[in-house]
Design a protein around this ligand. Structure first.
Ligand code: MLT
Length: 407
């Protein structure tokens, strides 16, 4: 008899977006004549851009010729990609990050989920609420929590986001070991100012805490005053890991590529109080558990950093941000309280009192799929998240339908 990892039994029956797609499939089956518009999961709809596709093709062509064929690549990623990332995403913004501190992967969902493996079981973990469910669920799977009671797991410290703090929780007045932060935020679309991030960095340094900073939506920031990387904040090299993704930046949700930044200055400690470089531990894990990302995909990702590629991906993100503006304006004009949509591709809307009931009502009356806010935590109850990732005409049609359905 094979015994189960009991921690899995503490989880909700299915992952949030799996539950939503089951509900939508059931609705579609019962209503085959209805045209459903999906503004639920943040999945891109525009194709890969020209330079990215050309580089992807070049990579495949190289794999087809004996002289340029490549077998296993470096697990951390090819130097050409790591160097381009360090130069463009960090050094160009005054953030001192070197290519050796970049670890290329198949996306930041896996990296944000797997990173907790490097840490002891008895850490004090701070998790924002509402939050991208991967951070919570992976710590539950690893056995760092008790059971869930009324939507909250015992053993986790929840950092509440609400309209009072603009969905940017401040550092607590007590120490924690590990804190997950995500800006621009998924699900609320909120962004943290330099002063707000500085407060987190100062707090982390004071308490020797580590911040796991998810910046998957960094490319959507439009306000030049908002920091794009946590390493723009002084002291962050001593206390923060950053996760980035090409998924939303360059339309790679189906192509898969992202990276994690671990400064060589970051240490964690063993029971004897001996320090270990965090990057060495991640490298140990990474080289044991993965052979990295395929060469053509890394070629495609590197093309994002060419002048042409930069222009193209700006156009892609501008397109979604124009959708976000339409969503934000329409929902505000209908009298709803809205957050996000200005520097992030999600609009967070206060609608009704029960998020799943509002989700059902919108699906049935408007045939529009949104994401129920309570799926991101108890503080999300009474909210819905509307994603800007879809074609313009579908977004416009969905907003017209929402206007009718919600009045
Ligand atoms: C979301 O809709 O929250 C995202 O698409 C999830 C993800 O990136 O994994």
């Amino acid at each position: 008899m094979i015994k189960i990892n009991e921690n899995y039994l503490k989880l909700q029956a299915s992952y949030l977006f799996t539950t939503i797609s089951r509900k939508v499939e059931a609705y579609a089956k019962d209503n085959p004549d209805k045209k459903i518009i999906r503004l639920g999961i943040g999945d891109v709809t525009l194709p890969l851009s020209k330079s990215v596709v050309e580089a992807f093709h070049r990579g495949v062509d190289e794999m087809s010729r004996a002289e340029t064929f490549k077998g296993y690549g470096p697990e951390q990623g090819y130097a050409f990609l790591r160097e381009a990332i360090a130069a463009h995403d960090f050094q160009a913004r005054g953030a001192q990050i070197g290519a050796h501190e970049i670890f290329v992967s198949d996306g930041s969902k896996g990296d944000t989920g797997n990173f907790q493996e490097l840490f002891a079981q008895d850490l004090k973990i701070g998790i924002p609420d509402p939050v991208y469910p991967v951070y919570v669920d992976t710590n539950v799977m690893a056995g760092r929590t008790g059971v869930s009671a009324e939507g909250r797991y015992e053993g986790l410290t929840y950092l509440e986001g609400n309209s009072g703090n603009g969905f940017v929780p401040a550092p607590p007045a007590f120490p924690l070991d590990l804190v997950y932060l995500c800006f621009p935020n998924n699900p609320t679309g909120a962004v943290a100012t330099k002063a707000q991030l500085k407060a987190w960095v100062d707090w982390a340094r004071q308490h020797k805490a580590l911040i796991l900073f998810d910046a998957a939506y960094a490319a959507f920031i439009r306000d030049p005053q908002i920091p794009v990387s946590i390493y723009e904040i002084e002291g962050a090299r001593e206390c923060a890991v950053e996760f980035r993704s090409f998924s939303k930046t360059a339309g790679f949700t189906g192509t898969r590529c992202g990276f994690t930044v671990i400064p060589d200055t970051l240490q964690i400690w063993d029971q004897e109080g001996q320090g270990h470089r965090l990057m060495d531990l991640w490298n140990r894990r990474h080289s044991t558990k993965t052979n990295g990302v395929s060469y053509p995909v890394q070629m495609a990702a590197a093309a994002v950093y060419t002048p042409e590629g930069q222009k193209e991906v700006k156009e892609l993100t501008d397109y979604y941000m124009a959708n976000a503006k339409l969503i934000r304006e329409k929902m505000s004009s209908l009298g709803f309280e809205v957050t996000g949509g200005e520097n992030g591709p999600y609009v967070w809307v206060k609608a009704g009192t029960d998020s799943w009931a509002t989700f059902d009502q919108i699906l049935e009356k408007a045939q529009v799929v949104v994401t129920p806010g309570s799926g991101f935590g108890t503080c999300g109850q009474g909210y819905i998240r509307i994603s800007a990732f879809n074609h313009r005409e579908k977004v416009i049609e969905a907003l017209g339908r929402l206007e009718t359905a919600l009045q």
